[in-house]
Design a protein around this ligand. Structure first.
Ligand code: ADP
Length: 400
């Protein structure tokens, strides 16, 4: 075959190649020509040198060479920039100017025992303007003809340190939150026992029939019962929050008629908030699978919020509707309203709008618990609102 080279030809080419390599190694040549399809091309040893130089000059890390006295023999532009100098100004400076005490300790470390050739350490570099930069220094000792030298790659690790610090802050935050959760769990349990006996004693007093109880005392008993009810709700909310944290908010579900459920809530609320005007528009054929007690808790929380945050306009509108295989429940008020930023945060645990104009009591647990209850029903909760115009809270549940 014409294209196939003979053994003799190959041997000649191999010998030529060996001669070229030997010539390059011994420094006899510093350029050679390669015949290629595009004609002869000239390669010089400078080409290889230049590749490394460009790499070092363009790289994102500082690169420098020090002599045994710690003087900078070479600095790439990045290192010069790091310390706030031009390349010309950096060369000839003592590295200890930027990292005091560096030279002695590191030369001892690397050359003292004659074994260590590569070494990495983290330290703080001080720029000419006095700014401190955390850096990772990777050092290698070089045995140059004119004496021992040290090559250093200097990486700015400010971003990593910042990320580490944020990670540690986050860990700390998580620990504090876990401690808080544990405290809430224990405290709510401890509160439940005396509360139960207080309720029982109050019931005994109000059922007391032996002697006639004076009217003012009866009124006081009524007030005490109301306060205990509030306390009971607070303790129940605290217990719910700690159950959610422990992933133990479990409940059973059955088919429910949402019109009946909302109707019962409205009736209850009308009794609790006689000053308010509650209007309910039921929907057609609105069934869901859920836990009646928990869904009532969500709706009652929305109604009690509508009452709490609407001190002037006392209309509250409730509506049930079926929308795209979803049951939508809305609770609308015409109260103080919420800004967009507040709307994003109100479903977070313990979040409360800090408005000095309205000193309304609460712990910011209701909407958080409601969100978790809705999630457990494969549903959702949301709000649309405008400051000063009121809020509309909506619940979505899969229709049955
Ligand atoms: P609480 O009312 O006990 O503080 P919630 O979790 O129920 O806790 O509500 C969180 C926050 O959301 C409230 O502190 C309040 O600032 C805001 N909010 C809730 N409902 C309404 C509403 N209907 N109108 C205006 N703001 C509301």
């Amino acid at each position: 075959m014409e294209t196939e080279k003979t053994r003799e030809q190959l041997l000649i080419e191999l010998e030529e190649a060996n001669e070229t390599i030997e010539a390059i190694r011994s420094g006899m040549v510093d350029a050679f020509v390669v015949r290629s399809e595009n004609g002869p091309q000239l390669y010089t040893l400078k080409t290889a040198d230049q590749t490394y130089r460009i790499l070092i000059e363009k790289m994102g890390e500082g690169a420098l060479t020090l002599n045994a006295a710690g003087m900078i023999l070479y600095s790439n532009p990045r290192f010069a920039e790091m310390v706030g100098l031009s390349m010309d100004q950096a060369i000839g400076r003592c590295f200890d100017d930027f990292l005091p005490g560096f030279t002695t300790s590191n030369y001892n470390r690397m050359n003292g025992n004659g074994q260590l050739t590569d070494f990495k350490t983290e330290d703080i570099l001080t720029t000419t303007e006095g700014k401190e930069i955390p850096v990772l220094l990777s050092m290698t000792n070089l045995n140059l003809e004119d004496g021992t030298a040290l090559s250093i790659i200097c990486t700015d690790i400010t971003a990593q340190k910042e990320a580490q610090r944020k990670g540690a802050d986050l860990d700390n935050q998580r620990k504090i939150t876990a401690q808080k959760d544990e405290f809430i769990g224990v405290a709510s349990h401890e509160l439940k026992t005396p509360l139960t006996s207080l309720k029982a004693y109050l019931q005994l007093i109000s059922n007391y029939k032996k002697e006639i109880v004076p009217e003012p005392v009866k009124r006081f008993i009524g007030k005490a019962e109301l306060s205990i009810l509030k306390l009971q709700r607070l303790v129940d909310d605290l217990l719910d929050v700690s159950k959610i944290q422990a992933g133990k908010l479990n409940f059973s579900k059955i088919p429910l008629n949402m019109n009946d459920l909302i109707s019962a809530c409205v009736e209850n609320a009308a009794y609790m908030y006689p000053d308010y005007n509650l209007q309910f528009t039921p929907g057609y054929d609105c069934y869901v699978r859920g836990n009646a007690e928990r869904l009532e808790q969500v709706v009652m929380n929305l109604i009690s919020n509508a009452v709490k945050y609407s001190p002037v306009n006392k209309d509250i509108l409730l509506k049930v509707a079926c929308e795209d295989a979803q049951i939508k429940v809305t609770v609308q008020d015409f109260g103080i309203g919420l800004s967009e930023v507040q709307q994003e945060k109100i479903f977070d645990r313990f979040y409360r709008v800090n408005d000095q104009n309205y000193m309304i009591g609460g712990l910011g647990m209701g909407l958080y618990i409601s969100t978790e209850i809705m999630k457990s029903h494969d549903g959702s909760i949301g709000v649309t609102s405008k400051i000063g115009e009121g809020s509309t809270f909506h619940l979505f549940l899969p229709s049955l």
